[in-house]
Design a protein. Structure first.
Length: 543
């Protein structure tokens, strides 16, 4: 039996004075006797959303089914109501729409400006948590809602209607056994990989919730999971059929969305669907279906940082998932990235979290790759500036990047370097990769008078960083960081001369293939070329 709480509320005046309050319904007696103003804290209509706490689409606005909200017009979030003097909206509606530009002060009712809150979000699904139709609340009979951006380049006083996003899937629909299996695999394995530098875990938690209401995202998730599961299950022909079916449906739904540039540039659903399909594509080593369209979704903004690296949320998570995939292909092919450095200038603000520091390292590695493999690439800083930025990053990172375990292993040629989270792993590995690339691609190498000096130089400037990359990869078992580190281990492993170290690198590559079906052919080819012969093992790109 549940017993209702009988605790009376405390007025704000008594709370501030740290005295007992009798919780009077209008004014407490203590304030009445003292002639003080008595106010009770009103239920919050809004909440301050810190940068790495925003859920971009779900959960930011909740429409009450009370008569108060029945009178609210379905104005898109991020816009103000019409300025017609004859039109007055209920107070609750005004407060709800203040999310676009700030937070409402509960005392004065004024909107506190906060640039960190200006972020495109969607109105709620027409289905409630039980799957019941709520379209009557919004004043329309179908499941279509507008995105209304309030970010850079848009005035909060203007209505900016874009193409509608259809919530075209009933979330109460029961998943089939195969769909449930794929959804579980996505949540447990694929989502965390895509969230390697996202503490909010948008791909792990937000995207599956959105997928229950949106077919393009649902089909993308099931197709990606079915593809990867198929590679680890030779006898599962049902997974191949499911992969083909759901991928076809996802692409058919994406095509018209991608044709609308204005809609495409704002719609996080499109970003997440493409990012998920791109994830699946990476398991096919020699197949490229052109799912790397994410940067085109951001290019309309100048500079790019305003649409990807300063907003947080699902958009930022998608952007960095793409960049990490772009970096992987550039390292394996020893070429420049698809992302044009000139469209992504350095965010000069101080990173506000450890994950932001990892994202800064991502920017540094992308710039380093283009500096080393390109020539006079627009937007790439000169060597001296790039080296200074990299060293400044290492000297300024928070204590969270310190290993919580750092010790020599008794049965491994590499030390144990355990880090607290995946973004710490990514950040440090990217830093060491920058150092290796800059040293090995320097046309001006120092002169050595003897072999001892040369060996010391190689050990300090290349091997120390190479061993750090590998030790971090071998010590941290997170699925996402294992995949993200495969090409970095290959980059580092090329410089080992000892048989024990080489064998450990090859063992790691074979483990990725056997356990995760991760394609290692390109990595093994690079190592074979570096080692001057066959490296053993026969991982392929698919089964």
């Amino acid at each position: 039996m549940t017993i209702a709480s009988s605790k009376k509320p405390t007025c704000q005046t008594c709370r501030a004075r740290k005295v007992k309050c009798d919780g009077g319904s209008v004014s407490c007696q203590r304030c009445v006797r003292g002639g003080r103003q008595c106010t009770y804290e009103r239920p919050s209509k809004t909440a301050i959303s810190f940068r790495h706490s925003r859920l971009s689409i779900l959960g930011q606005t909740e429409v009450s089914e009370s008569s108060t909200y029945d009178n609210c017009s379905p104005s898109p979030i991020g816009t103000h109501f019409a300025s017609d003097a004859s039109t007055s909206a209920p107070e609750e509606c005004e407060i709800r729409n203040a999310h676009a530009t700030g937070v409402v002060d509960t005392e004065s009712g004024a909107v506190i400006q906060n640039s960190e809150l200006t972020y495109p979000i969607l109105n709620n699904s027409p289905f409630d948590s039980a799957g019941s139709d709520k379209s009557h609340i919004y004043g329309n009979s179908h499941a279509e809602f507008d995105i209304s951006p309030a970010g850079p380049g848009f005035s909060p006083n203007e209505v900016n209607p874009l193409a509608p996003i259809a919530w075209d899937r009933d979330p109460s629909l029961q998943l089939s056994n195969l769909e449930a299996e794929c959804m579980q695999f996505y949540v447990e394995e694929i989502g965390p990989w895509l969230d390697s530098t996202s503490p909010e875990r948008h791909f792990t938690y937000t995207v599956p919730l959105l997928a229950l209401r949106c077919n393009v995202l649902f089909n993308s998730i099931i197709a990606c999971a079915a593809h990867i599961l198929r590679l680890t299950s030779d006898d599962r022909t049902d997974l191949k059929d499911a992969e083909d079916l759901y991928q076809h449906e996802a692409v058919q739904l994406l095509i018209p969305m991608l044709g609308n540039v204005e809609f495409n540039n704002q719609n996080e659903i499109v970003f997440a669907a493409i990012g998920t399909l791109r994830m699946s594509e990476q398991w096919e080593e020699f197949v490229d279906r052109q799912y790397h369209l994410v940067p085109n979704c951001f290019i309309s903004y100048e500079p790019l940082e305003k649409s990807s690296t300063a907003h947080g949320g699902l958009r930022e998570a998608t952007f960095y998932a793409y960049i990490r995939a772009d970096i992987r292909m550039a390292i394996l092919n020893k070429c420049c990235t698809r992302m044009q450095p000139s469209t992504w200038p350095l965010d000069t603000s101080m990173p506000s979290s450890d994950a932001d520091w990892a994202n800064r390292a991502t920017w540094l590695l992308l710039q380093t790759i283009n500096f080393c493999y390109g020539e006079n690439i627009p937007g790439v800083p000169p060597r001296e500036e790039l080296e200074a930025l990299i060293e400044n990053w290492k000297e300024s990172i928070p204590d969270g990047f310190r290993p919580y375990i750092l010790q020599q292993s008794s049965n491994d040629s590499f030390p144990v370097i355990k880090l607290l989270s995946p973004w710490h792993v990514v950040g440090l590995q990217f830093y060491h990769a920058c150092k290796i690339l800059l040293v090995t691609n320097n046309p001006i190498q120092p002169a050595f008078c003897d072999i001892i000096s040369f060996n010391k130089y190689i050990s300090a400037n290349i091997l120390s960083h190479a061993r750090s990359i590998c030790a971090i990869a071998f010590s941290n078992k997170d699925f996402g960081t294992r995949i993200n580190g495969s090409h970095l281990v290959t980059l580092a492993g090329q410089y080992f001369t000892g048989q024990e170290e080489r064998s450990r690198v090859l063992q790691y590559m074979n483990m990725l293939h056997d356990v995760h079906a991760w394609p290692s052919k390109s990595c093994l080819d690079m190592l074979e070329q570096a080692y001057g012969g066959s490296v053993g093992g026969t991982p392929g790109s698919s089964r």
